[in-house]
Ligand binder design. Structure first.
Ligand SMILES: [Zn+2]
Length: 85
């Protein structure tokens, strides 16, 4: 294996262990709920989800779960209003 590729693999290992290096500005994720799988997205206009609750409230358990899961890997404006304990 090329030494340059080995050094990139090592750097990737270090980066992956330092989650604060990452800042998701867009993503799409299927969230498997208790009864149905929903598609949640983060884009230029913030969070979105295809569930009925999100359409009414502008937030839902799916997007809130992603906020908690990704936490510091989100730009501050997309982090949970109430930090996880
Ligand atoms: Zn939802």
């Amino acid at each position: 294996m090329q030494s340059s590729l080995i050094s990139k693999i090592e750097k990737a290992r270090i980066y992956a262990s330092e989650s604060d290096r990452f800042s998701f500005t867009a993503l799409q994720c299927e969230v498997r709920g208790d009864s149905t799988t929903h598609t949640a997205q983060l884009g230029p206009d913030g969070w979105n989800c295809d569930c009925f609750f999100f359409a009414d409230a502008g937030t839902c358990s799916h997007t809130m779960a992603l906020e908690r899961l990704l936490d510091e890997m989100l730009p501050e404006r997309y982090r949970p209003a109430i930090p996880s304990a």
